[in-house]
Design a protein around this ligand. Structure first.
Ligand code: NAD
Ligand code: DAU
Length: 351
């Protein structure tokens, strides 16, 4: 089996490849990644010499590049992670999100339609997000049947890509599966996202920015549990179906940040106030969705998947990972990262 993984040098893609390349030596894994700011090949150093692993730097928004990869490797399965993934970046500059998330997904689908004349044992697995459903109030859950109502350019671009994937199934019979997952956290997450940003700012004694009043709720899942859910759907999920993935671990942002402060205090033997005093409420994200929460009973009942980590166990593992990977942390904090922090937070912190 030849498995083309797009975006395999990003956060979730790296965790996926690090898990499954060693576990399945008889499968060939091809990592197609543009290597944007969010990518880091250093994540993959443990598998880079594996005989069943290949890396190709390419842009999914460029159809000719995608075709070259299909010509060379003739993949049977595509696991599509590649995306622009950060909501705040989509607000400040949506164009790349349209190119990568919509046009890029379209190009991959077109390549599959062109190359997979015989659809036997073929699969396009599309990795998507709970953000396509929009925002919830204080109660209730989104199911696979909930209507789409995306708020940000990021979630609108992911919603468009989900629709394209399903349209290729209905129109051309392309064998597809879609998973929509809640917020991930864990090793190798780029520190623009709430959890790693909080850990690193706290360690450096910098303000920990919380948008609005910190009352927004996210449903958190440890990244390796997400990867296992995707693998379960690839192996056992039904063609044409959508599976929601969640950890049922809802937290207000302020509570997430305070829990990180507590873990840091315990791990470093320092007073918790040293970290909590850094919490700074800043101006809100425009169109900030109040709450995400998914009903994931379909994947749990049908495929027997369930997460291994609780939020507390996964968060402690994550904090410890950042504490013991100082080299990785300093490598990602390049000029580009510093420019992003300045661009996104300068006005907010003053306001
Ligand atoms: P990430 O930003 O960490 O990584 C994205 C990867 O895609 C990077 O390696 C980047 O170089 C690559 N990429 C970007 N544009 C590309 C292009 N044009 N061509 C080829 N490669 C390109 O993202 P992530 O957090 O790992 O998310 C992976 C997928 O999972 C995304 O589709 C995202 O929408 C989805 N998702 C993420 C979360 C989450 O909490 N992080 C939750 C649910 C779903
Ligand atoms: O729900 C799944 C989505 O989760 C994925 O599709 C996205 O790719 C992923 O980035 C994530 O989106 P969020 O916008 O929820 O994640 P982020 O870490 O950016 O923000 C989490 C919450 O924390 C959100 O309510 C905004 C808030 N926040 C974020 C940052 C970066 C802050 O309060 N301060 C911050 O500095």
């Amino acid at each position: 089996m030849k498995i083309l993984v797009t975006g395999g040098a990003g956060f979730i893609g790296s965790n996926f490849l690090l898990t499954y390349v060693p576990k399945y030596p008889n499968h060939t894994f091809i990592n197609l990644d543009k290597l944007t700011y969010a990518a880091n090949l250093y994540n993959l150093k443990d598998i880079s010499d594996a005989k069943n692993y290949f890396f190709v730097q390419a842009d999914i928004a460029d159809f000719e590049s995608v075709k070259t990869v299909f010509d060379r490797f003739e993949p049977d399965i595509v696991v599509h992670f590649a995306a622009e993934s950060h909501v705040d970046r989509s607000i400040l500059g949506p164009a790349e999100f349209i190119k990568t998330n919509i046009v890029g997904t379209f190009n991959l689908l077109e390549a599959c339609r062109f190359y997979w004349k015989d659809k036997e044992d073929k699969l396009f697995h599309h990795v998507s997000t709970d953000e396509v459903y929009g925002s919830l109030g204080g109660t209730g859950y989104f199911t696979e049947e909930s209507r789409y109502d995306p708020s940000s350019p990021y979630s609108a671009s992911k919603a468009s890509s989900d629709h394209l994937v399903r349209a290729y199934h209905r129109t051309y019979g392309l064998p597809v599966k879609v998973t929509n997952c809640t917020n991930n956290y864990g090793p190798y997450q780029f520190p623009e996202k709430l959890i790693p940003l909080t850990i690193l700012n706290a360690l450096e004694g910098k303000p920990i920015p919380i948008y609005g009043k910190g009352q927004n709720v996210r449903d958190w899942l440890y990244v390796k549990d997400h990867c296992e859910a995707i693998w379960a759907v690839i192996q056992k999920g039904r063609i044409g179906e959508t599976y929601n993935i969640s950890g049922n671990e809802e937290r207000k942002n302020i509570d997430v940040v305070e829990e990180i402060c507590q873990i840091l205090a315990e791990e470093l033997g320092r007073p918790v106030t040293e970290f909590k005093n850094l919490i700074t409420f800043v101006s809100d994200r425009p169109g900030h969705d109040l709450r995400y929460a998914l009903d994931s009973s379909k994947i749990r009942n049908e495929l027997g998947w369930k997460p291994k980590e609780t939020f507390s166990s996964g968060l402690r593992k994550t904090v410890k990972w950042y504490l013991s990977n100082a080299e990785w942390v300093s490598a990602v904090k390049t000029g580009e990262y510093k420019r992003w922090i300045e661009r996104n937070y300068a006005g907010r912190l003053q306001g």
